[in-house]
Design a protein around this ligand. Structure first.
Ligand code: ATP
Ligand code: MG
Length: 242
């Protein structure tokens, strides 16, 4: 099983769009895939139209009792673990209950899934540390702007501090707008660095439309540039798996 955390400390950089579309690409290409929505905003669950069934909350999540709450999506090979509003306090629960075992909890799914995605909340907290440690790869969207590049540098620092291997970090440029000189210059300056994947995701209106269609782009626009870009990104992430 390959665990992929889609993570950035920065908000609004395209983590959820990436997790939703990469999970779809993975499942479409035949891999049994689970998307875990760890963000209390619940955007991945919303996009896949998955409500919470039963009494699921942060306590069950931290105890690893989440198997019963995993739900099938309408797409073959793709399941989703929805988030819960109580996940906003996961950090506090991790601190106070001393539970640091997300990695082992997720390992219990190894016979059920080939690929696990975490849609992480935007933070740099104990929860982020646990998710980074639990992941085999950390995929990080970076908008080609100063603050996003700074978030990447800060994340590298965080990796060092918690003893996570930097070689599992995979950054890629997200929401790239070729008409903006800063985007073009930043991509040119950083693209060849080892931490960056070659594929970039352009700024495309079809990605925003997911909020209306509540489907991955490859479902409602299968031959669109957005669908191709996420599929290419998935192929590269899978090829470079640890
Ligand atoms: N490639 C793209 N082109 C155009 N719009 C995009 C693209 N990627 C994401 N968006 C839009 O940008 C907004 C933020 O994206 P998204 O929710 O994926 O970011 P996020 O990093 O998950 O945010 P948060 O930190 O709040 O969880 C959304 O409205 C989304 O539709
Ligand atoms: Mg998100």
């Amino acid at each position: 099983m390959n665990c992929i955390a889609v993570y950035s400390s920065k908000g609004g950089v395209g983590k959820t769009a990436t997790a939703v579309n990469l999970a779809y690409a993975s499942a479409f290409r035949g891999k049994k895939t689970l998307l875990c929505d760890i963000d209390p905003q619940g955007a991945s669950s919303y996009y896949y139209r998955i409500p919470i069934k039963g009494k699921f909350n942060k306590k069950q999540f931290l105890k690893g009792k989440f198997k019963n709450f995993i739900q099938k999506t309408t797409y073959p090979n793709l399941d989703l673990l929805p988030s819960h509003f109580s996940f906003r306090n996961l950090d506090l629960a991790l601190n106070t209950e001393g539970d640091n075992e997300l990695k082992q909890n997720f390992a219990s799914l190894k016979d059920d899934y080939e690929v696990l995605f975490f849609d992480c909340p935007p933070s740099m907290t104990l929860l982020s540390e646990n998710l980074i440690m639990a992941a085999d790869q950390v995929v990080m969207p970076v908008i080609p702007t100063t603050l996003s590049i700074r978030a990447l540098a800060q994340s590298m620092k965080l990796f060092d501090k918690i003893g996570a291997e930097r070689k599992k970090l995979r950054a890629f440029f997200s929401m790239v707008e070729r008409r903006k000189k800063m985007h073009v210059d930043t991509v040119r300056a950083y693209r060849k660095k080892k931490v960056f994947l070659k594929t970039l995701i352009p700024y495309l209106a079809d990605v925003e439309k997911m909020g209306v269609t509540r489907e991955p782009v490859a479902v409602f626009r299968p031959t669109s540039p957005a669908a191709f870009a996420y599929d290419r990104l998935w192929m590269e992430v899978w090829k470079r798996r640890c």
